[in-house]
Ligand binder design. Sequence first.
Ligand code: NAD
Length: 259
Amino acid sequence: MLKGKNAVVTGSTSGIGLAIARALAAEGVNVTLNGFGDAAAIEKERAGIESEFGVKAIYSAADLTKGSECAGLVKFAEDTLGSVDILVNNAGVQHVSPVEDFPDDKWDLIIALNLSAAFHAIKAAVPGMKARKWGRIINTASAHALVASPFKSAYVSAKHGIAGLTKTVALETATFGITVNAICPGYVWTPLVEKQIPDTAKARGITEEQVKDFLLAEQPTKEFVTVDQVAALAVFLAGDSARSITGSLQQIDGGWVAE
Ligand code: NAD
């Protein structure tokens, strides 16, 4: 049912986004990759997706902190593949610091990328989805869309914002065959988590070695969520069986927010 659809997955050169792009491609979906990184490694991944799954895979280096580049990414995908049927707003960064020391530029970056980019991409993609009466919008939110942790003021604010955006757009598009949902992962071992280890250690006054256990203390399963588990949930939400799931915040967090 997903075969031949066209997807944009933002922040798909790494981590969760890459796993979602690969999982959609495995279902026969043509994918637009986006994100930063080593050009040769990205090209290898793009070409690998095409040859492994027999789909089209294209790449855009759009910087999604800029609204015009979010809209440009959607237009690039529509012009090249013919449509954007599935939009996965996934690109995100983190910064860990007490609020009184939180750098202004980090606040602006996190709100721009983790929240406003999704608005700009949704705004650009919805007209085509409405016209075709079919669409899937999947926002990678976080357990931090539902609960807070200290020292992550910008991230928690952006992720709570994404939850509101998800529900609002779901209501606006419900009669157009479009669903809008957020995935709320707990800790997933990716570069985003790895990079926050030193700052978390500093903010909490513990060693870097203690941080991993500290993160897992949040998750009753005491296991990191895997990128493939998150990707499988995204594929399910894109499929026909999920037609009646819209405006939802899907927890995939080892029980974190149940506590
Ligand atoms: P990651 O660092 O592996 O991937 C982030 C991606 O975003 C990369 O492809 C990167 O190049 C891209 N990116 C960064 N700045 C960009 C910009 N300005 N424009 C376009 N792309 C940009 O991180 P991840 O852990 O895979 O995170 C993906 C999403 O999942 C984020 O929204 C994050 O908040 C969310 N999330 C992650 C976890 C976790 O534990 N890893 C938990 C919950 C939610």
